[in-house]
Design a protein around this ligand. Structure first.
Ligand SMILES: N[C@@H](CCC(=O)N[C@@H](CS)C(=O)NCC(=O)O)C(=O)O
Ligand SMILES: [Fe+2]
Length: 310
């Protein structure tokens, strides 16, 4: 299956049109139909500096093969538009796909970042993988993002907002008139992300979403996933649309949300790639070290999640 590339609103200005400081980013998205993930390239229109958010490393669990089709498509886009990559981020340690951050850092030398709460996720999963020598201190990333801090992408300021609930490490990026909400709000007709992963919490997710909904109605909202059934994938909405139409949020109280989220989560199987993903993603997208035959192995803990839906 091939990825879908789409650009939000305006396209890159000509070199002549770069006199004024940027407030709002250009946003390009590459959708991965295999995992339903949306990968973003966020660009400062005045300097052409850009950041990648949530890159996917392709993984076929049937053959144990990795590939870099998605990540290379991101790099091709950057090269084609003559952009200057300055940051690579994951919004949270993903449970449904392997992160391509390590591959991209190796290729480009550009720093990688994730929320500082990743340490809690590392602590949980290093026990599951029985991996005592693994350093659960976030040192695998170049930068651990803190709530309220800002990072620069050229002349753009990316404000980091902690938004736990789906995971304890989840961070939202507010960049000009665009907010990258990852796995909090999905498209209004599909609702919200699940809150049943280890360290997840439906009430926390509600409060994180409430904070996001205080942004101006016209703010562009870019979500981390879409799971279309018989339609084209979608990932862009606005805060106003979310407030009015999100099927899990609009007209609901906190307790109603928690009840519906908990009920739905009790029916969901674990993501197909949960166990390969976390082993790689707590390690900033690096495979476990190669063994003496130079091959990398992923470990599957047996019966670590009794009662999980199949
Ligand atoms: N079927 C997908 C499900 C992945 C999944 O659980 N996605 C999370 C985000 S990482 C979610 O919030 N899903 C909400 C839902 O499926 O309702 C898979 O196996 O990968
Ligand atoms: Fe997720």
């Amino acid at each position: 299956m091939s990825s879908v590339l789409a650009r939000s609103e305006t396209s890159l200005p000509s070199d002549a049109a770069v006199a004024h400081p940027a407030a709002n980013p250009l946003v390009d998205a590459i959708y991965d139909p295999v995992t339903g993930s949306v990968q973003y390239i966020v660009t400062c229109p005045t300097t052409r500096a850009c950041a990648i958010i949530d890159p996917v490393l392709d993984y076929d669990d049937k053959s144990g093969s990795t590939a870099t089709r998605n990540a290379d498509a991101l790099l091709d886009h950057i090269q084609k538009h003559n952009l200057n990559l300055v940051w690579i981020f994951d919004t949270h340690p993903h449970a449904d796909h392997l992160s391509a951050t390590a591959y991209l850092r190796d290729k480009t030398g550009v720093p990688v970042g994730i929320g500082e709460g990743v340490v809690k996720v590392q602590e949980f999963w290093k026990t599951i993988y029985n991996w005592p020598q693994f350093a659960a201190d976030g040192s695998q990333w170049d930068h651990l993002l803190k709530d309220g801090e800002s990072v620069r992408i050229g002349e753009l300021e990316a404000k980091i907002i902690s938004s736990p609930g789906h995971t304890p490490a989840s961070m939202t990026f507010l960049i000009g008139d665009a907010v990258f909400v990852h796995d909090t709000l999905f498209m209004p007709h599909s609702g919200t992300a699940r809150a049943d992963f280890p360290g997840g919490d439906a009430a926390q997710l509600w409060h994180s979403i409430e904070t996001l909904l205080t942004l101006p109605d016209e703010t562009r909202v870019f979500t981390g996933h879409d799971y279309p059934e018989g339609r084209e994938p979608q990932w862009e909405s606005t805060i106003g649309e979310q407030k009015r139409h999100n099927v899990h949020i609009a007209g609901k109280s906190e307790s109603e949300f928690v009840a519906l989220r908990t009920k739905r989560d009790s029916t969901l199987p674990m993501p197909r790639l949960l166990l390969p993903s976390l082993q790689v993603n707590i390690n900033a997208g690096q495979l476990p070290p190669a063994e003496d035959n130079h091959r990398h192995y992923l470990k599957i803990p047996v019966n670590a999640f009794p009662g999980a839906n199949w």
